[in-house]
Write a protein of this length. Structure first.
Length: 208
């Protein structure tokens, strides 16, 4: 019985992983359930058992991607080391700026190591409702958690707005670097460092 449950979970996860990659690489409209089934090596009916339509599958991919992003970025924030920011090098425990630096850097790393996670977020916003509204709803609990951690005695509503805007900017910058690479532009570390530092400075200022 336990083996059957594990196999079922594995099948569902395989479908989500393959769909995430396909939607990110080819786009939602260009991905059919038939082609997806062929890539996974299962029948189309198996996909429809778990996800009755491509729209339902896309919503599942949104949850899957947000869960992965949330876990990785939360880990980065929680494991931030003090002194990552040059201006706070003598502080013994991680500051807000240290945590912001860790999250921004983790997002840029994801743009290199797991580009599909960020690309599918970009694709979902392009496709629009209901996937984009589902994305907003899925992100909300992550933002609420961050607000609770950062808002001690501060304006929760303002911090909430700043973090949502920051999320959009960070994903946009990371995917911009990916697009530049796709266009054959040589990696420009000076450009990347400047954009990264400008973003961090802006976030620290907005949350001050």
């Amino acid at each position: 019985m336990a083996a059957a449950v594990t196999d079922n979970r594995t099948t569902r996860t395989r479908i989500l992983d393959a769909a995430l990659t396909a939607f990110a690489d080819r786009g939602v409209e260009a991905t059919s359930l038939d082609s997806l089934a062929g890539e996974i090596g299962i029948r189309k009916q198996t996909i429809l058992y778990w996800f009755p339509s491509k729209e339902v599958l896309l919503l599942g991919v949104v949850d899957h991607a947000v869960g992965e992003l949330g876990a990785r970025l939360s880990e980065a924030a929680m494991s931030a080391r003090p002194g990552r920011s040059p201006r706070r090098a003598t502080v013994a425990s991680p500051t807000l700026e240290d945590r912001l630096v860790a999250v921004v850097d983790a997002t840029f790393r994801l743009g290199t190591t797991h580009p599909q996670l960020l690309a599918v977020v970009r694709e979902v916003t392009r496709v629009g409702p209901p996937a984009s509204t589902h994305l907003a709803a899925a992100v909300e609990p992550l933002v609420d958690t961050a607000v609770s951690a950062l808002a001690a005695g501060a304006d929760r509503e303002r911090i909430h707005r700043v973090l949502l805007a920051a999320a959009a900017r960070v994903v946009g910058m990371a995917t911009e670097a990916e697009v530049r690479a796709d266009l054959g532009l040589a990696p420009d570390l000076t450009w990347l460092r400047a954009r990264r530092q400008a973003l961090i400075d802006s976030l620290v200022h907005d949350l001050a």
